[in-house]
Design a protein around this ligand. Structure first.
Ligand SMILES: [Zn+2]
Length: 345
């Protein structure tokens, strides 16, 4: 690797970390450096009681061996997914902005940002590119390896392996976001609250979750299949098996949804089943559609959240100016401001 701006576990990350057990500051002891990037080492808490490894450049506050089985299983499955599907797509920026609307790229300028559940790091990387002061992506799974590889040459992007319920940070973030992750937690509402608890008073938060509304066909037909079969089989076998429904999706979006949405302002298309969403993904290529199908079949845990329930999450944290919007008529996105004074979070 080259020197200069590309180095840095980037030492500037350490300032944001605290012991997730006792909230004491952490000191980094490096055992192996690669330039100024610390590849192997230990983070020792100043209470002297707790110690966390740095492995392959990533601080590890959680490992799948030490979390509840249901969380570990979901994380392991998504970890496999994001180390397999590492492609970048130029539509990621547009897709990300649709999930966090009304936030725009300029909103990130100068902010210290936390991503709850970064997967392969595509949003962490985008936020860093849009001028965030620093962005930290956390994930419980081995996806952190892909995220680290994607962000290691970006000085203001950082990756930490941690549990969203036990985050290793004080309340220091100007903005936190989580897209497509909370609904896979064993307790989505508690995960949301935990993330919000790391945002400064007056800071902002975004979340995007699967909706209960309009997804009855998924909860009725796909969920039993997912829970009973597809989340239990070997990921590599599922990878191949999922090509069959992907082929059906691919042909339907390319041959029916896309053309019909291009005629007469979509007057006919609007009557098609699940049109808003299928139209939105109609321009994706095979590999991205395959990722989407695979994503829906692999997770052992997935909740579909109603608008009312989602609104209650925002009330829990006493958020101000909350905007909750329907996205593709199958999911909810929310954005709000934390109260100006410390609350009970
Ligand atoms: Zn400690």
């Amino acid at each position: 690797m080259s020197g200069g701006q590309t180095n840095h576990v980037k030492e500037r990350l350490i300032q944001y970390l605290q012991c997730p057990e006792c909230a004491a500051a952490l000191d980094l002891l490096a055992t192996q450096n690669d330039g100024a990037e610390i590849m192997e080492g230990e983070l020792l808490c100043r209470s002297g009681v707790h110690c966390f490894p740095v492995l392959r450049g990533i601080p590890r506050f959680a490992s799948l061996d030490h979390v509840a089985a249901d969380k570990a299983e979901t994380a392991a499955k998504f970890g496999w997914q994001w180390t397999h599907f590492t492609q970048a797509d130029e539509r990621y920026a547009e897709q990300f902005l649709a999930w966090i609307a009304p936030v725009r790229p300029e909103f990130f300028a100068g902010k210290v940002v936390l991503e709850g559940g970064c997967g392969k790091g595509r949003h962490t990387q985008l936020a860093a590119g849009w001028g965030a002061h620093d962005v930290i992506g956390i994930d419980l799974s081995e996806a952190v390896e892909s995220a680290f590889a994607a962000t290691r040459h970006t000085p203001n992007a950082h990756v930490v392996q941690a549990d969203i319920f036990k985050l290793p940070f004080p309340r220091i973030f100007d903005y936190a976001f989580s897209v497509g992750v909370l609904h896979h937690l064993p307790d989505p509402r508690a995960g949301f609250r935990s993330l919000a608890g790391k945002v400064k008073p007056g800071g902002h938060l975004s979340a995007w979750v699967y909706g209960a509304e309009n997804n009855e066909w998924i909860t009725r037909w796909i969920n039993p299949l997912r829970e009973g079969i597809t989340s239990r089989i070997n990921p590599r076998a599922l990878l191949h098996l999922s090509k069959l429904p992907t082929a059906a999706l691919y042909l339907a979006t390319k041959l029916i949804y896309r053309p019909l949405n291009q005629v007469g302002n979509g007057a006919v298309a609007q009557h098609l089943f699940y049109n808003d969403y299928l139209q939105a993904i109609a321009n994706f290529g095979w590999r991205e559609q395959h990722t989407i199908v695979f994503d829906h079949l692999i997770a052992p845990t997935a909740f579909y959240i109603s608008r009312g329930e989602f609104a209650a999450w925002w009330s829990d944290i006493d958020a101000r100016d909350v905007e909750i919007n329907w996205h593709n008529k199958n999911s909810w996105r929310g954005f709000g401001e934390l109260p100006p004074h410390s609350s009970a979070l």
